[in-house]
Design a protein around this ligand. Structure first.
Ligand SMILES: Nc1ncnc2c1ncn2[C@@H]1O[C@H](COP(=O)(O)OP(=O)(O)OP(=O)(O)O)[C@@H](O)[C@H]1O
Ligand SMILES: [Mg+2]
Length: 332
């Protein structure tokens, strides 16, 4: 983390475009926010666009804005995110997810720092610093011709790689301690630090969900631990044992607050009482397990399940007894 901090200090004061790469949950957004905060633009806007969450047909207008009447539903003119970020920083979160058509338009803004609103013909100049994150290997997307090479080069002026937590295990005790204090405050619990076995378990775990997973595990441990007790390995539930409920069921609403006992995932085969769940029931349990694991963040849950966010949204609406799918706002 110290190495990363030193790099950020150097890069922050420049105007350079930065591509932040790393697995999900490693802290890429935190890095982007730190870059902005330490930059000469700190007092100006920091605008984030989640490229994976905005529906494909809306992303162009999201980026560049639109004029009144540009398309059905464009009742008023609207400024895009690039305009809103004028003088400040824009974060293109999960930039790998944008379509080739929008990639071409994005390239132009990066090259010329100018754009036109959708349905407009006036050229608007913008002064923005661009940061982007991705949890895919963008060079591989380029090789597969899914991502434009020229755009990749424009974004990758300064590459910042945020390492997976398992590749920097010495950070674990420090982060765990920080989270323990934060969660103890949040939940009004007194904790006595970690037992030696607990720290050993934390350091040995592989953390596929990286810092986000660590934060969730510590939050759960703090809640499960008795007042004034040290945190032990049993409180961590790293082997999936801590969850006592068989699996979150339909009573778990998609907008429920943070799940603190993430179930391990739906188990194939008969239930404890010998009945075999239907495929639909199993799918439902699995979806709620994924949501719980992702703190109800739908973007991440969809990624974990390898389905589109729209599919996830439709299924949740189905479970909630609603029909039709796209009107509901994302829960993250
Ligand atoms: N070094 C750190 N210190 C404290 N908290 C951290 C650190 N790194 C990450 N976190 C926390 O971990 C969580 C995940 O971080 P962040 O959202 O930046 O990850 P990400 O790489 O953008 O993930 P994703 O690819 O899934 O969007 C956040 O709650 C963040 O505050
Ligand atoms: Mg992120």
């Amino acid at each position: 983390m110290e190495q990363l901090r030193a790099l950020l200090r150097k890069v922050a004061r420049t105007q350079a475009t930065v591509l932040i790469q790393g697995e999900s949950g490693t802290g890429k957004e935190l890095v982007a926010r730190a870059l902005h905060k330490q930059s000469p633009r700190a007092a100006a806007a920091f605008i984030k666009v989640n490229c994976a969450a905005v529906p494909e047909n809306l992303i162009e207008s999201e980026f560049f804005g639109h004029e009144k009447g540009a398309f059905t539903g464009a009742l008023n003119k609207r400024e895009g995110r690039f305009e809103l970020a004028h003088g400040g920083t824009i974060l293109l979160d999960e930039v790998s997810e944008i379509s080739p058509q929008v990639q071409a338009k994005l390239l132009r803004v990066l090259q010329e720092r100018e754009l036109e609103r959708v349905g407009g013909n006036r050229t608007i100049k913008v002064d923005v610093r661009v940061l982007a994150t991705t949890n895919r290997q963008l060079d591989q997307s380029v090789a597969r011709k899914e991502f434009r090479q020229d755009l990749y080069f424009r974004l990758n002026v300064v590459p910042v790689a945020v390492p997976a937590l398992r590749d920097r295990r010495t950070d674990i005790p420090f982060l765990a301690e920080q989270f323990m204090h934060r969660m103890a405050r949040k939940h009004g619990v007194r904790v006595q630090g970690f037992s030696k076995e607990c720290l050993a378990a934390l350091t040995a775990h592989d953390w596929p969900g990286n810092v986000r997973e660590l934060q969730n595990v510590i939050e759960r441990a703090v809640i499960l631990c008795g007042d004034g007790e040290p945190l032990g390995p049993d409180h961590l539930g790293l082997d999936g044992i801590v969850a006592t409920a068989p699996a979150a069921r339909a009573t778990h609403t998609p907008t429920a607050p943070t799940a603190t006992t993430a179930p391990p995932g739906a188990q194939a085969g008969p239930d404890a009482d010998g009945t075999l769940p239907t495929l639909a029931e199993l799918e439902k349990r699995h979806i709620f397990a994924a949501l719980a694991r992702c703190n109800d963040n739908r973007t991440h849950a969809a990624k974990l399940l390898d389905i589109s966010i729209r599919t996830l949204r439709n299924k949740l609406n189905e479970y909630a007894g609603k029909t039709g799918g796209d009107s509901e706002a994302d829960g993250d």
